[in-house]
Design a protein around this ligand. Structure first.
Ligand SMILES: *[C@@H]1O[C@H](CO)[C@@H](O)[C@H](O)[C@H]1NC(C)=O
Ligand SMILES: *[C@@H]1O[C@H](CO)[C@@H](O)[C@H](O)[C@H]1NC(C)=O
Ligand SMILES: *[C@@H]1O[C@H](CO)[C@@H](O)[C@H](O)[C@H]1NC(C)=O
Ligand SMILES: *[C@@H]1O[C@H](CO)[C@@H](O)[C@H](O)[C@H]1NC(C)=O
Ligand SMILES: *[C@@H]1O[C@H](CO)[C@@H](O)[C@H](O)[C@H]1NC(C)=O
Ligand SMILES: *[C@@H]1O[C@H](CO)[C@@H](O)[C@H](O)[C@H]1NC(C)=O
Ligand SMILES: *[C@@H]1O[C@H](CO)[C@@H](O)[C@H](O)[C@H]1NC(C)=O
Ligand SMILES: *[C@@H]1O[C@H](CO)[C@@H](O)[C@H](O)[C@H]1NC(C)=O
Ligand SMILES: *[C@@H]1O[C@H](CO)[C@@H](O)[C@H](O)[C@H]1NC(C)=O
Ligand SMILES: *[C@@H]1O[C@H](CO)[C@@H](O)[C@H](O)[C@H]1NC(C)=O
Ligand SMILES: *[C@@H]1O[C@H](CO)[C@@H](O)[C@H](O)[C@H]1NC(C)=O
Ligand SMILES: *[C@@H]1O[C@H](CO)[C@@H](O)[C@H](O)[C@H]1NC(C)=O
Length: 762
């Protein structure tokens, strides 16, 4: 495998300006070779333009000359794939240039159109270094573009056949398409620009367009309802406005991903609602995000409530909008007015729990926002939720949470733990089939999210105004005397009884031998085993290594054998960070649980203090999963440095762990009568504090990557140190291993705007 050994250097510039009619303009440029990203927002439109030209070392079967225009409105977009007309592949380069039209982008509007929604978009000038042919245009939805770019070059005739190629403005060409809704049209127009010799030639039959080398003025626009972007000032709360000057690139990106109706997950491939991404971001960034009417916090909570499944209270994972929604609906024989309705899916089991947790945090600081937010009528986006208020939907979600966890209260068996949904191979953030090693009972959902959501529901019930205050409701539980008490009792049962299902112990000697065999077995790592750290960071006095399974097997095929069914899968992981971040020992915790919890915290700190592969810490960051203690060749081959949820580093997981450790340390400084057990145990406290600092030193070393979503590393201990490697590790983009194209900006990779090091614990 040949991979580029250098992380792309992310160059960025941004600018704020104003148009003649007083409309604020924000632009941003992010270079991420071979991709050049240009963002443009004003009061008419929000757009991202991505220009791709192959680099000398690009894999030409994946990277070709391409122009993409993407709009969050409807998750819409245009893609134009070009080829060199005469030269070999790899020789054609496209560039967006500053001109009298824009620097480089400007808005496009057509005031005269008589549509319900005016034509809006962007325009500018691009250049070809040699003659080119536009071979494949795609107009409509970003999802259609992704199917082509990431799938097996799939194109749907019902979509492609509607493309018109016509002459435009005498010397130019226009590519256009009427969407399947019969109302919206997308246009991509190109005209030679100050280009005496340059010319465009149309092959109307083959629907290709040929270009001489030179400059071309382009326009890309459509007529579809636009979103209302939140400015950097609006996205951040009053106390955090300084960030706009301190971190202009990140705050500009955060603004581009934030709209009054929702926050979107990533640019350009995920310019839509994702429940988990937006709620985890809001939880980690709550200290800096704006609050109140039309704020970022209410955009997140409102978007989630709006999309709840009214039949069972599930929180929506992902939405499908615009032309692609119409395409899917027509495939399912849904016609007429409903043919254009957005589609919402509910495959996840973690997402339901984040909502009450987030509502609790927000409403406890802003009780005055309960009534205005929850009295809002649903149905503007998810028409199925017409005639319900956000309060109704919040109650449906709480009922689902309580009902689903109830069986475990009576009988604390592995069968009564929460499982992935039948027929789904994923269900929490490790959203790939082997991300949980095929386990079906995930650690995070059972040990953290369920009890944390119950505690939140209990507090929300006490707050008043969130859930109806009645004792006659039978749909939650038949014997029910008040949400607050019951939800808290349930929370404690879950919290105190779930960790033991996942707990694993190895003697330090056995652990050491497993790590040694990992180093011999793994194809992607042959460095030191660092196994001396296993006896340094083990339980005292019995020299045991305690860790927590990423999931329990829980599979149907194991259902008849209780032992196999409940097998903890021995992958060391970072989901322990959720626990530190969302749950605390309280004055009602039993003394037995206080011990269990203290062992858990100690084990989590140890997993950070031990260097990979004995622990999680590499010089490139904390890996989210590590199979070195598993004693399984299969797991070792499934959790590699090229797997999406393998021995790779995710930015927001670093923030989660750092903030989780911080919260546990801060409890020891709090001026409350209750002092958690770990604060009284000098060894555990000091270990937690050491882990916090080791982690932050490592995060600071990896500052260049923190805004990427996920990255990896290559171990080559023998290579000459060329300045990019630390202790034999070279940080590497995951895409370099042949994965899919990544988003230059991802919402939940901006969390270090809010999560910072606290020197008090240095
Ligand atoms: C050049 O690239 C295009 C698009 O990927 C491909 O269809 C074509 O076969 C390539 N031509 C050569 C000569 O490799
Ligand atoms: C294009 O204009 C922008 C905004 O004025 C400026 O930041 C950028 O440097 C210019 N680019 C070039 C290549 O001159
Ligand atoms: C494309 O051409 C057809 C046939 O002339 C026409 O009905 C359709 O409206 C055109 N589409 C666009 C977007 O102009
Ligand atoms: C659009 O028009 C075509 C042809 O008249 C029709 O078959 C189709 O059902 C219409 N689509 C929608 C979403 O109404
Ligand atoms: C097409 O012509 C119109 C009217 O002259 C002009 O405003 C527009 O800029 C031209 N479009 C392009 C892409 O050159
Ligand atoms: C909503 O939940 C019900 C019950 O679980 C399910 O049958 C239905 O398919 C869900 N709706 C959607 C849009 O998935
Ligand atoms: C839609 O209708 C067609 C024609 O009646 C049928 O062949 C197809 O199976 C239907 N598709 C679905 C998803 O129901
Ligand atoms: C909402 O109420 C109106 C009026 O009673 C009714 O026509 C409509 O079907 C309802 N919508 C839904 C989604 O139940
Ligand atoms: C608890 O569940 C186990 C296993 O399913 C079952 O054998 C046992 O009878 C249950 N106990 C009660 C009290 O329901
Ligand atoms: C719920 O109602 C009871 C009885 O009317 C009252 O004592 C209690 O304060 C109410 N709780 C809230 C949160 O409004
Ligand atoms: C409801 O639960 C309480 C406490 O567990 C119990 O004392 C009471 O008998 C139950 N009531 C009914 C109607 O089951
Ligand atoms: C693991 O070992 C610790 C002592 O080091 C012990 O307290 C705990 O109960 C053990 N857990 C399991 C699942 O055996």
């Amino acid at each position: 495998m040949r991979v580029s050994l250098l992380l792309p250097l992310l160059l960025t510039t941004w600018a704020y300006g104003q148009s003649t009619d007083g409309c604020d303009i924000t632009t941003q440029y992010l270079s991420d070779p071979p991709y050049d990203n240009y963002f443009y927002s004003d009061c008419n439109v929000d757009a991202q333009v991505v220009i791709t030209s192959p680099l000398p070392d690009s894999n030409l079967s994946v990277i070709g000359p391409r122009v993409i225009v993407a709009w969050p409105a409807g998750n819409s977009g245009i893609a134009a794939y070009f080829q060199p007309q005469d030269g070999p592949n790899g020789t054609l380069a496209i560039e967006l240039v500053n001109s009298t039209i824009g620097s480089p982008l400007a808005v496009y509007t057509d005031e005269d159109s008589d549509n319900d929604y005016p034509y809006v978009g962007v325009q500018g000038v691009f250049s070809f270094n040699s003659s080119a042919t536009l071979t494949i245009p795609i107009l409509g939805s970003v999802r259609t573009i992704r199917d082509f770019a990431e799938g097996s070059s799939t194109l749907q005739p019902t979509i492609q056949d509607a493309i018109n190629v016509t002459q435009y403005n005498d010397t130019g060409a226009s590519v256009s398409r009427l969407w399947l809704d019969n109302v919206t049209s997308s246009y991509f127009n190109m005209v030679p620009f100050e280009n005496e010799n340059g010319a465009i030639e149309l092959d109307l039959e083959g629907r290709t367009i040929s270009f001489d080398a030179g400059f071309y003025h382009f326009e890309a626009y459509f007529n579809y309802p636009q979103l209302q972007q939140l400015t950097p000032q609006d996205v951040l709360n009053e106390d955090s406005q300084d960030l706009i000057e301190q971190q202009p690139s990140q705050t500009t990106s955060l603004s581009f991903l934030s709209y009054s109706e929702k926050l979107v997950a990533g640019a350009w491939r995920f310019l839509t609602y994702f429940g988990r991404d937006s709620m985890i971001t809001a939880l980690l960034m709550e200290s800096v995000l704006g609050t109140g009417n039309a704020s970022a916090m209410e955009a997140v909570i409102g978007a989630v409530l709006e999309r709840i499944n009214r039949t069972d209270g599930s929180v929506c994972h992902e939405e499908t909008l615009g032309d692609y929604a119409t395409y899917l609906n027509l495939q399912n024989n849904i016609t007429g007015e409903e043919a254009t309705a957005a589609i919402f899916v509910y495959p996840m089991i973690d997402t339901d729990f984040f909502l009450p947790i987030l509502m609790d945090i927000y409403f406890s600081d802003h009780p005055d926002r309960i009534e205005p937010l929850l009295s809002r009528e649903a149905g503007s986006i998810d028409t199925a939720n017409e005639n319900l208020t956000y309060a109704d939907l919040a109650l449906l979600n709480a009922q689902k949470v309580v009902n689903n966890i109830a069986p475990f209260i009576d009988n604390q068996t592995v069968e009564n733990l929460l499982h992935l949904k039948d027929g789904e191979s994923v269900g929490q953030w490790r959203d790939s089939s082997i991300g949980l090693a095929n386990g079906r009972i995930p650690f995070d959902v059972n040990c953290v999210l369920a009890p944390a959501a119950l505690r939140a529901i209990s507090r929300l019930a006490e707050t008043g105004g969130v859930y109806p205050n009645t004792t006659s409701r039978t749909s939650v539980l038949t014997n029910y005397t008040g949400w607050s008490t019951i939800a808290m009792e349930f929370a404690v049962t879950w919290e105190e009884n779930t960790l033991p299902f996942f707990e694993l112990n190895l003697t330090a000697e056995e652990a050491s031998s497993r790590v040694n065999s990992f180093v011999e077995t793994a194809t992607f790592y042959d460095g030191p085993s660092n196994n001396a750290s296993l006896s340094t960071y083990a339980n005292s006095p019995d020299d045991t290594i305690t860790f927590y399974a990423i999931a329990l097997n829980g599979s149907d095929s194991a259902a008849n054998d209780t032992e196999t069914y409940s097998t903890p899968i021995p992958i060391l992981h970072t989901d322990t960070g959720f626990h530190l971040f969302l749950l605390n020992l309280t004055n009602t915790s039993s003394s037995e649980y206080a011990q269990t919890y203290t062992r858990f915290l100690n084990s989590t700190a140890h997993s950070i203090l031990r260097a990979f592969p004995s622990g999680l810490l590499t010089p490139s960051g904390l890996v989210v999963a590590n199979p070195a203690l598993s004693d399984s060749e299969e797991l070792i081959s499934n959790f590699t440095n090229s797997d999406y949820h393998g021995t790779v580093i995710w930015s927001w997981q670093l923030a989660l762990m750092a903030e989780g450790l911080h919260r546990q340390l801060a409890l020891c400084n709090a001026s409350s009568d209750f002092v958690p057990a770990h604060c009284q145990d000098e060894y555990v406290y000091n270990t937690t504090r050491a882990a916090y600092n080791v982690l932050w030193d490592n995060i600071e070393q990896n500052e260049a990557q923190l805004q990427s979503e996920v990255w990896s590393w290559i171990y080559d201990g023998d290579s000459e140190n060329n300045g990019t490697s630390r202790e034999g590790f070279t940080t590497t983009p995951l895409g370099a291993f042949g994965g899919t194209e990544s988003n230059v900006r991802q919402l939940w990779s901006l969390t270090f705007l809010a999560v910072t090091r606290d020197e008090e614990y240095a």
